[in-house]
Design a protein around this ligand. Sequence first.
Ligand SMILES: Cc1cc2nc3c(=O)[nH]c(=O)nc-3n(C[C@H](O)[C@H](O)[C@H](O)COP(=O)(O)O)c2cc1C
Length: 378
Amino acid sequence: MQNLLQRSMKSTRPMSTLFDPIRVGDIDLASRVVMAPLTRNRASAGRVPNELMARYYAQRADPATGAGLIITEATQISPMGQGYLDTPGLYSPEQVAGWRRITQAVHARGGRIVVQLWHVGRISHVSLLPDGQAPVSSTARAARGKTYIAGGFADVSAPRALRTDEIAGVVEQYRQSALLALEAGFDGVEVHAANGYLIEQFLRDSINDRTDGYGGDIAGRTRFLHEVMQAVCGAIGGGRTGIRLSPVTPANDAGPDSDPQALYGHAVSLLAPLGLSYLHVVEGATGGQRDIAPFDYAALRRRFGGPWMVNNGYTRAMALDAVASGAADLVAFGKPFIANPDLGRRLREDAPLNVPDNKTFYGGGAAGYTDYPALAAA
Ligand SMILES: Cc1cc2nc3c(=O)[nH]c(=O)nc-3n(C[C@H](O)[C@H](O)[C@H](O)COP(=O)(O)O)c2cc1C
């Protein structure tokens, strides 16, 4: 009897592996291998997604060989949200049509795809913005950093601080873009609240120097994030809305917050009631040191309670262990997916990986984009 009971308890709660299906909010995934958001700067005039991009995503879409979920490259919600050359947008009818071809190509291969909604804030350059305007941010202080514009790399431009009465308009742009995402056939969205861009510029006290209700204490600094997430979830449902956070990354001159554990703990307590599809966390410095600063990610996860996606420097062994041990529900891979369209299959079979060529990461054509060989042909 005891044994039977134990066995039946076991069978109702089987141990998951990286390759098992999972439901995240309203979205059913065939595996927990996720393609991380990757900016590739290959959109066409008008910041419109094109056929080459459709080919690239379709190559990675079959969950048996590629990703259980694709998160698109960061996609600006408005012309003022752009910070780099040739990144795609999601605010015009032409962009919706371009993205629709991509979501159709991914779905035709049995894949799932969400769009990463992006506003860069102060990480931008006047040459990229309408009428040469200054970028907008929580602050008027410039970041120390570069962006990529028509002539090559350039220092980011000095921003102006958004007026209090302008903030609702930016929140509305997130909402509109989320609605367009469904029109374009996406399975959902991921709000980009990581890597030193606009939402993080509000969150951190190292950047946000506002004296209105969107600055000051933790409640003030998380207000913009909360309003954006309430608006997006109100428009398309929490079950189709994910979020990306990076509590300690120094990316894009995001100085450390004075108390990241308290800040992000509060942020997650605001997010938990929204019933999000998942929370995606970049552990450590994006694309760098995982242990750059002490941070208790497990405490955040307990507060969140929903599907938990991890990223940053995950190897096959780390990813297998993260899911098997229950430390994470999903693992996102960035650079490995650039170079391996069939990363899912290679992880399953423990096959060797192609090495990504960082000279073709940002901009260009098919080379270093759609020409990485799959396993059979390698
Ligand atoms: C070429 C490139 C483009 C990236 N673009 C984005 C992006 O658009 N949005 C985002 O949140 N992170 C972006 N990242 C960060 C990755 O999603 C990921 O966090 C990082 O590469 C670490 O994961 P990995 O070790 O699996 O590559 C980018 C990274 C690279 C290398």
